[in-house]
Design a protein. Structure first.
Length: 332
């Protein structure tokens, strides 16, 4: 029997070679298109992230070097202070019914109603933070509002909870994403034994007073509070540089120089005198020898009071002369 010849035959339904190659080319084109769009998407996401990080850096509240004081409105009112140089953090609980003089001339209110008042005045947390600053006489750069309260009184955990709540949209604050990153790193480096908690009502810093509606409330004893602040809020760099400061009031508001001197003393400056001058200025002015311009203490005063700098060779009794203007007056 003769062997059968092998014949080439197309299977039923099998596509021709040219058609398969055409489909492969189309698949490659689609794959390249997907890769291109994925690259564009990732690039836009990266640009968006970089832009957000840049905005966070540009509008940052904290420089990462100075002491940061954060006023917190929640079920209770707190003042949290973190010093990255001294590697310490502490938390002060302030009784909510403490009567305080509200910033920007709003009169006297219980402290627990100040944040709500700031919302009514469309000033968000600015009015609240400025009120705490005016009454404690320490710079308060940051504020936070947590409507659901906090679960810990341990300062390090307390700060982390504020940051994570803000990132999840459960808290309001003027801190930026850049501030959050710096605070998380600084907080991580602080040992637990350098974290302290204080309850103001237990420190003999408040006095009970009768109000006009025959109720009682706490009021701040300024002398005792200043003694507490001078022990806890000074910055090490300021004390090491040891510059003497004179404070001058250029406004009609009596006692403004003393208010400025109180704030400076509480953060570690040596104030050698206060006085008044007839010529009124708008923005605060800081004067001193040009060699002092780049010192940490000089930059800190400029930041606290939003000062302009003016080099001066005049013989004065202080290293720096701070002249307070209308902008500082308006905070009270």
């Amino acid at each position: 029997m003769k062997p059968k010849k092998k014949t080439r035959s197309l299977k039923k339904g099998k596509e021709p070679r040219w058609q398969r190659e055409h489909k492969n080319n189309e698949d490659k084109k689609r794959f390249r298109l997907v890769k291109t769009w994925l690259f564009i998407f990732l690039l836009l996401a990266l640009v968006g992230f970089a832009f957000k990080a840049w905005l966070g850096y540009r509008h940052r509240v904290w420089d990462g070097e100075s002491r940061l004081n954060l006023a917190i409105a929640s079920e209770k009112t707190y003042l949290l202070s973190l010093d990255p140089v001294a590697s310490e953090i502490f938390l002060v609980e302030i009784p909510s019914q403490t009567q305080v003089e509200v910033a920007f001339g709003h009169g006297f209110y219980p402290l627990d109603s100040v944040y709500e008042l700031s919302q009514l005045e469309k000033e968000e947390g600015c009015l609240f933070a400025q009120t705490v600053e005016n009454n404690f006489a320490v710079p308060v750069e940051a504020w936070a509002f947590l409507p659901n309260g906090l679960s810990s009184q341990e300062p390090k955990a307390f700060l982390n909870q504020i940051i994570y709540s803000a990132l999840k949209g459960r808290a309001k604050t003027n801190l930026t994403s850049w501030d959050f990153l710096q605070l998380l790193l600084a907080n991580h480096r602080i040992p637990i034994y350098q974290a302290s908690y204080y309850e103001l009502s237990q420190l003999n810093l408040l006095a009970m007073t009768d109000l006009s509606d025959k109720t009682q409330a706490f009021t701040i004893d300024k002398d005792r509070l200043d003694s507490f602040c001078q022990n806890h809020f000074p910055e090490r760099k300021i004390r090491l540089e040891n510059l003497a400061v004179e404070v001058i009031n250029s406004t009609p508001l009596s006692g403004l120089a003393e208010r400025g001197a109180r704030l400076l003393t509480n953060v570690g400056f040596e104030v050698v005198g206060t006085s008044n001058q007839e010529e009124e200025i708008s923005q605060c002015l800081l004067m001193g020898d040009s060699q002092l311009k780049e010192l940490y203490s000089t930059k800190r005063i400029k930041a606290i009071f939003s000062c302009q700098w003016q080099s001066s060779q005049e013989e004065v009794r202080a290293d720096l002369v701070l002249i307070l203007g209308r902008e500082f007056q308006e905070q009270f």
